[in-house]
Write a protein of this length. Structure first.
Length: 221
């Protein structure tokens, strides 16, 4: 009975936060508020554990169509900040299996990105007004083309097939995410090795959790 009440309360609170325009939701804080007085750090010990037993702060973003990039606000230079996990619906937050999948995907994504040189400031993307773009990873640059069509960022770089990317811009931060079928090509277009086992694990997790996407978060310079 208590579990059902908690689940309903989490769903209600998640929906309230998501519809208020705040995309970032801390699962630990959600549980803490519902339980009344339980600290976010204490609750994260049960919902934010990694496979090796350590603790991982889990910030999950919920998709908002009002925060999608436009041809105007995407122009400029953006620098890599951290991995990104995006849920297409706040209802997913009530599913414990999805929380575990998000935790695992975030952990594997961080391992992959670190292995291939993605660190704050090491990867940049410049979107020019004329529809051209330049991306740079560890000093190596590639040119490409971009456009925003039907609320999706269409990105073509380095001869890789054009990618349809989900975007979320909140202040000076932008998320670029895709689903499992496009994850390998996304990082290949960024100049990274797309055959890494961590990346394949992430793709597998995304396939098993429909409505969850993965990618990167960038900050505007």
């Amino acid at each position: 009975m208590k579990k059902n009440v908690l689940r309903m309360a989490l769903m209600s609170l998640a929906l309230t936060v998501a519809t208020s325009g705040h995309a970032q939701i801390d699962l630990g804080d959600l549980a803490g508020k519902v339980l009344g007085g339980v600290s976010s750090s204490a609750s994260s010990q049960t919902s934010g554990q990694t496979e090796n037993g350590g603790l991982m702060q889990t910030l999950t973003s919920v998709f908002s169509k009002d925060k999608q990039a436009s041809a105007n606000n995407i122009v400029g230079t953006w620098s890599y900040s951290e991995p990104a996990i995006l849920l297409t619906s706040s209802n997913i937050l009530s599913n414990a299996a999805y929380k575990i999948a998000a935790n695992k995907a975030e952990s594997k994504l961080q391992q992959y990105l670190s292995q291939y040189g993605f660190a704050p400031g090491s990867f940049t993307m410049t979107f020019n007004e004329d529809g051209t773009c330049v991306e740079t990873l560890k000093g190596k640059s590639m040119k490409g083309k971009w456009q925003v069509k039907d609320s999706k960022l269409l990105l073509t770089i380095g001869g890789v097939k054009t990618l349809s990317i989900t975007t979320q811009i909140d202040g000076n931060e932008m998320m670029l995410t895709v689903d499992a079928t496009k994850l390998l090509n996304m990082f290949k277009s960024f100049g990274a090795n797309s055959s890494n086992n961590n990346l394949k694990t992430i793709a597998s997790l995304l396939k098993g959790a429909k409505g969850m996407q993965a990618g990167i978060t960038m900050k505007k310079q």
